[in-house]
Design a protein around this ligand. Structure first.
Ligand code: ZN
Length: 97
């Protein structure tokens, strides 16, 4: 008997453990790919634009200058937009080496 899509689907809360493992990393060493030019590199090697009094920051691709991500801190919350990244890659600290 085949497994249906509905049987495979979980509530999004089931991703809590996985997402907790993903988002604990030192972000500067995380690698990503630019959605505009395809350049790959560590986030710490990209160009950051922010001013001391601004509520947020823009990270731009060091190769083509396109926006990779936006982080806004206001009202007791963070809002993160990753619209310029195709993917992010980080070491799985729980994996056997
Ligand atoms: Zn780029």
């Amino acid at each position: 008997m085949a497994i249906t899509e509905q049987e495979l689907r979980l509530d999004g809360n089931a991703a809590a453990g996985l997402l907790r493992d993903v988002f604990v990393h030192e972000f500067t060493s995380v690698r990503g790919a630019c959605a505009t030019c395809g350049a790959e590199g560590e986030m710490g090697a990209q160009h950051l634009y922010m001013t001391p009094l601004s509520p947020g920051a823009v990270l731009r691709c060091a190769t083509c200058g396109s926006m990779l991500m936006v982080v806004v801190r206001a009202g007791g919350r963070f809002r993160v937009g990753l619209q310029g990244l195709v993917w992010l890659e980080m070491q799985d600290e729980g994996a056997a080496s």
